[in-house]
Design a protein around this ligand. Sequence first.
Ligand code: GUN
Length: 293
Amino acid sequence: MKLIDGKKISATMKDEIAAEVIRIKDKNGKVPHLAAILVGEDPASQTYVNNKAKACEKVGFDSSNYRFPVDVSEKELLDAVTFINNDPDIDGLIVQLPLPDHIDNQKVIQHILPEKDVDGFHPVNVGRMTIGLPSYVSATPYGIMEMLMRSRIETKGKNCVILGRSNIVGKPMSLLMARNDEPGNATVTVCHSKTQNLSEITSRADILIVAIGQPEFVTADMVKEGAVVIDVGIHRVPSSETKSGFKLIGDVRFDEVSKKASFITPVPGGVGPMTIVSLLMNTLKASKKEIYG
Ligand code: GUN
């Protein structure tokens, strides 16, 4: 079994981005700039946004955070998006989700210029990806494709089973794995909560991508000998083994599945670290006008 080390791969990618930023700065006198909108005081969202700002600093990007109280009106938020859309210094904008219930998430997302939508959530980017046009791909699927590519995992002609059909992971993942490109060219099956005979299907997977949101859902009996297993889940659970009293686990029973897998991502240190670096990659592409010219 080989561990796919997301920490190491993401560190390499950050070094590559930082080197590119130096080149861009020498050429244009400007560095890539990522803006984030954060509404409310949700601790997890605050941590995500702070981590994104730290990652920007690490690779030499500029970053700006726009913070709003939880009772901000939809109009105020849309106006902020317009303001950032019109700021030529800002290359990419993310609106940290979830937003409070009184705000229409889709309305806000669709207000972001597709050219600045480095989260890849705007329907224009989703649609472009679907038909194979250049687009921003959302961070988790992008990170997984990079992991597969950089670990030299063959995907062509393989059976790929995806557990989960969410808009930001399962759905885009299925399109990317089935596309006529590398990585891609896999035969893809998407499973979800209504799927029957799940174990039978997962047991045929050469590549199993798990984004089902249930702790240790995938057990060894569901996995084929020699499969590549990508675990997107992350859950904080109580533990007597650690000083802090909790530990992080994935959607896969790592201890038993790792014995059968040829490659597997750990939790933590697998898919997780790849997501922020994917956002940085998209912001770099935005600053270089790589997607929309
Ligand atoms: N909330 C959880 N994940 C994400 C993400 O990738 N982007 C944004 N904007 N919000 C999130």
